[in-house]
Design a protein around this ligand. Structure first.
Ligand SMILES: N[C@@H](CCC(=O)N[C@@H](CS)C(=O)NCC(=O)O)C(=O)O
Length: 203
């Protein structure tokens, strides 16, 4: 059986997206998690991805694949086109756009975390945090106004679920009271996709 290593981190929402996608594609057992050692000069992450970001998928022949949308595209190709990304044009671009929205929410949410992590000696710059929160809030409002179908589960809904899960985890935005329609949506997703619960970050 082909096996892949996934350069990963327990709390990474982008790695979570790939892990859920692999499970849904029936490739979960082929994926060996290899956690990046944060801040270590010995960790090869910068050679595996010049951007130094995870997740990165390592193929058996030495090639590396990044970033998470491209990894999911790869898993979809291996599992059979349409498994994670619909093949019909309208459904495909709905799913890919939904992924872009979820990824954008995650990028903003991560920048909020990094504002504290990488400038530890300075007060967080509130206008920058508000700018990022604005992206998250507008994204959530758009999702709540037009709840995406979870049948079938696609890369789009996987990414949105990971974005909501990350906001629960790091609490950048208190989304549950503000966008209540998203609460049963996430519950239904979690019920339909056991890998969501299986990949919940534990720190
Ligand atoms: N567009 C990338 C984003 C990945 C990303 O931001 N990963 C974070 C961890 S969740 C990271 O590696 N951050 C380190 C950095 O920005 O240097 C993807 O979808 O894979």
């Amino acid at each position: 059986m082909t096996s892949y290593a996934l350069r990963s981190a327990n709390a990474s929402p982008f790695a979570r997206k790939v892990r859920i996608a692999a499970a849904l594609a029936g490739l979960g057992d082929s994926l060996k998690l290899d956690n990046v050692v944060p801040g270590s000069d010995d960790d090869p992450i910068n050679q595996q991805n010049p951007l130094g970001k995870l997740p990165v998928l390592l193929l058996e022949d030495g090639r590396t694949i990044y970033d998470s949308p491209v990894i999911v595209e790869y898993l979809d190709a291996v599992a059979g086109p349409g498994t994670l990304i619909p093949t019909e044009t309208d459904a495909r671009f709905d799913a890919l756009r939904l992924q872009a929205l979820g990824d954008g929410i995650l990028d903003a949410a991560i920048l909020i975390v990094y504002e504290g992590r990488y400038r530890p000696d300075q007060e967080p710059y509130e206008p920058w945090l508000a700018f990022q929160r604005g992206k998250i809030e507008r994204g959530l409002a758009a999702l709540a106004a037009d709840l995406p179908s979870i049948d079938p589960v696609t890369v789009g809904t996987i990414t949105v679920a990971c974005a909501l899960g990350y906001l629960d985890f790091r609490k950048q935005v208190d989304w549950r009271p503000k966008y209540p329609a998203l609460v049963p949506w996430l519950d239904a997703f979690a019920e339909a996709v056991p890998a969501f619960e299986d990949t919940r970050p534990d720190t």
